[in-house]
Design a protein around this ligand. Structure first.
Ligand SMILES: NC(=O)c1ccc[n+]([C@@H]2O[C@H](COP(=O)([O-])OP(=O)(O)OC[C@H]3O[C@@H](n4cnc5c(N)ncnc54)[C@H](O)[C@@H]3O)[C@@H](O)[C@H]2O)c1
Length: 354
């Protein structure tokens, strides 16, 4: 039986990959609910928006009245909640929208889901699931050894990760207290096509192509565990299809890299794919500049993804090397997408310095 999947934040980076995955690979219907903030972009969905299994609702997750309407009209049996303010640097410049969207918005969505769930009959209730998409940043700074597991204590460092931690707790409380079938996934850093160019990987690619400086925070030694976004989208669909309510699943690619290694990798791929550089530039690596570190910057994140591998049989398809090559290639072939983003309010400026 096909599902009606309500996806919040479906016009964002990961949400749009989930929408493309579901429309492209399943018979499910998708309701994409998104406010279209600066980070939401419907052109990321052009390949699927003509499908008769796709509808778009421009709605704010803080708007209880509109959420009730969407639930009543579309009757979802799965909710995948990705809508959020997602950029750590912006949460340092202005935490208020993070508190509003990530905490109050998640609460409002939980209440709309609970109200709808309570109206369902027994068999419909059995098919209902609320999936909260979260980050490994809730676990805080890992230090040089070890991996985050599903039982690692929460210790968020940034306003962003503190709001995501709060929303994770709300989602678990709604399961325990109200019996709403919820589950949570915590994932490592994503990268890939349609990534908004304020984040490290797309910013580095686009600045290099323009012959602009490639800013690296601090000494670039911070370690992140990189996951190709389409591998994440597939994992999320596996979780919503076969995951167990009340559970948490960590998702990661076993691809730990220092930020500086990521920037070197992009420069080296561009040397091969785009050897003709802007005037006066010898090597892309010469564009690297080390800038003031992010306040409160966590040194290392790394995920133990063995639970989702064992219980749901999920493994990433891409290594860091294959994924980063695909990503650079995608940005070279899709200039109209990122040019339109750069023509908007964000032009690559540094954010998040106190
Ligand atoms: N990017 C990562 O590496 C990463 C890793 C792990 C988890 N996550 C989580 O995954 C989710 C998606 O991340 P992303 O990188 O795709 O984010 P994104 O910033 O690219 O997209 C967020 C989307 O949410 C929408 N949105 C924001 N506020 C809204 C509101 N009030 N109502 C409705 N829609 C709203 C935006 O318009 C946008 O389309 C987030 O919850 C994030 O915390 C991200």
């Amino acid at each position: 039986m096909s599902n009606n999947v309500l996806i919040t934040g479906g016009a964002g980076f990961i949400g749009s990959a989930v929408v493309r995955h579901i429309i492209g690979n399943t018979q499910d219907n998708v309701i994409n609910l998104d406010k279209l903030t600066y980070a939401g972009n419907l052109s990321s969905l052009e390949s699927v928006s003509g499908s008769n299994r796709y509808v778009f609702e421009q709605v704010d997750i803080c708007d209880a009245y509109e959420l009730q309407r969407v639930f009543d009209v579309h009757k979802p049996n799965k909710v995948m909640h990705l809508a959020a303010e997602s950029h750590v640097d912006r949460s340092i410049d202005g935490p208020d929208t993070f508190i509003t969207t990530n905490i109050v918005g998640t609460y409002t969505l939980l209440e709309a889901s609970r109200r709808f769930y309570m109206s369902l009959g027994k068999s419909e209730k059995a098919r209902f699931l609320f999936h909260h998409i979260s980050t490994d940043e809730v676990y805080g700074d890992l230090g040089t050894e070890g991996l985050f597991t599903e039982t690692t204590s929460y210790a968020p460092s940034s306003p962003y990760s503190a709001t995501k931690a709060s929303s994770d707790h709300l989602v678990r409380a709604w399961h325990r207290t109200f019996g709403l079938p919820t589950l949570v996934t915590n994932c490592s850093n994503n990268y890939g096509p349609y990534h908004f160019p304020e984040k490290l990987i797309p910013l580095t690619i686009l600045n290099a192509l323009a012959g602009k400086p490639l800013p690296v925070y601090g000494d670039g030694s911070q370690v992140r565990d990189w996951l190709y976004v389409e591998d994440h989208a597939r994992a999320l669909y596996d979780v919503i299809s076969r995951g167990v309510a009340g559970e948490t699943y960590n998702i990661g690619g076993h691809n730990e890299r220092q930020n500086i290694e990521v920037v070197y990798a992009i420069c080296d791929i561009l040397e091969k794919l785009r050897p003709d550089k802007p005037l006066g530039i010898q090597r892309y690596r010469d564009l690297i500049v080390f800038v003031e570190d992010r306040p409160g910057h966590d040194v290392r994140y790394a995920i133990d993804a063995s639970k989702i591998q064992k219980e749901l049989d999920w493994l990433p398809n891409e290594s860091f090397e294959s994924g980063i090559s695909k990503t650079v290639q995608w940005y070279l072939s899709n200039e109209s997408w990122w040019q339109q983003v750069l023509d908007g309010s964000y032009q690559g400026q540094r954010l998040g310095v106190i």
